[in-house]
Design a protein around this ligand. Structure first.
Ligand SMILES: [Zn+2]
Length: 176
């Protein structure tokens, strides 16, 4: 699938988040007007579009979700309002009210989202030359109510990859 031909395509994916990846922190100080990342540091915050800000910067979610469907592992990007809905409150609330100020330390309420089966709605984002692929942006996440179990990452399927039928069906346990 060519991401450039499907820029406006939305697609869904069933997976669970095994970890979060946030080398630059799970939140960043954003412009109160446009939520772009501010530069210049704490004493001199500047927005590329709005110059020096006149109020406090707004903490804004931005982190990668490392997800697996039991076979493949990939990264999805989540930020802004989607992350607020998913994590149940704003980054502002986490940082200023709950005092999770350190962007390198994940609040437990966010970590509680790991290893649960979810339905992701996704779209393609910008091309990243570092990974040589388009980033995939989460536009929505739902709890997977179908309860189809996802095999944990730690237990790889014993079948060789060359096998024609790689899908194994999990037997329904204890049918009474
Ligand atoms: Zn701005």
């Amino acid at each position: 699938m060519n991401p450039y031909e499907h820029k406006h395509l939305r697609f869904t994916y069933q997976a669970s988040i095994v970890d979060f990846d946030f080398p630059n922190g799970w939140w960043y100080p954003s412009c109160p007007k446009c939520n772009k990342k501010l530069s210049g540091g704490e004493k001199n915050y500047t927005c590329m579009d709005h110059d020096a800000i006149t109020s406090l910067p707004v903490p804004w979610f931005r982190l990668e979700c490392i997800v697996t469907d039991g076979e493949d592992v990939t990264n999805f990007l989540i930020f802004g309002k989607t992350a607020e809905n998913f994590f149940g409150s704003s980054a502002h609330h986490y940082v200023y009210d709950k005092k999770f100020i350190d962007p390198s330390v994940l609040p437990p309420a966010m970590a509680a989202k790991l290893n649960k089966s979810m339905i992701f709605q996704l779209r393609f984002g910008a091309f990243r030359s570092i990974t040589n692929r388009c980033e995939v942006i989460i536009t929505n996440i739902f709890d997977d109510t179908t309860n189809k179990s996802i095999h944990p990452l730690e237990t790889p399927t014993p079948e060789p990859k060359s096998s024609a039928t790689s899908k194994t069906s999990t037997p329904l346990s204890s049918m009474k």
